[in-house]
Design a protein. Structure first.
Length: 128
């Protein structure tokens, strides 16, 4: 199993057709808005994104593995279903830790912006 290739493919399809078999059953997940354990909860989180985010995409900029740690650098973007259809962008990175079986035991996301910045994107147009 080439986990880096699987992750690259998952990022390209995100949030559709994710490969949940690469995650441990009790995977630990954390991002700036939530924290939980279990691949079933992770699947529900992805289903929420599929349901409520429009034109969602996850652009992978870099991926590398050092020992049992995988780091991915990405930008998540979507349109929120509000009448003015704001485009939301979150740059960030993930640190994935593999267990002894080569499954992802921990998935921690970090954002390069604050939750307030994300909220502001819904109501204040971006200035260029």
């Amino acid at each position: 199993m080439d986990i880096l290739q699987i992750l690259k493919d998952d990022y390209q399809r995100f949030p559709d057709e994710q490969t949940y078999s690469i995650y441990a059953e009790d995977v630990y997940f954390k991002d700036p808005t939530s924290e939980f354990r279990g691949v079933d909860r992770y699947q529900k989180t992805i289903a929420f994104i599929q349901t409520w985010f429009r034109h969602c995409r996850m652009d992978l900029h870099h991926i590398e593995q050092t020992g049992d740690i995988i780091r991915t650098d990405w930008t998540l973007s979507w349109q929120t279903p509000l009448p003015w259809n704001p485009r939301i962008t979150i740059p960030g990175w993930s640190e994935l830790t593999l267990d002894a079986d080569g499954l992802i035991a921990s998935h921690v996301d970090y954002w390069q912006c604050s939750r307030l910045d994300v909220l502001k994107q819904h109501f204040l147009p971006k200035t260029r």
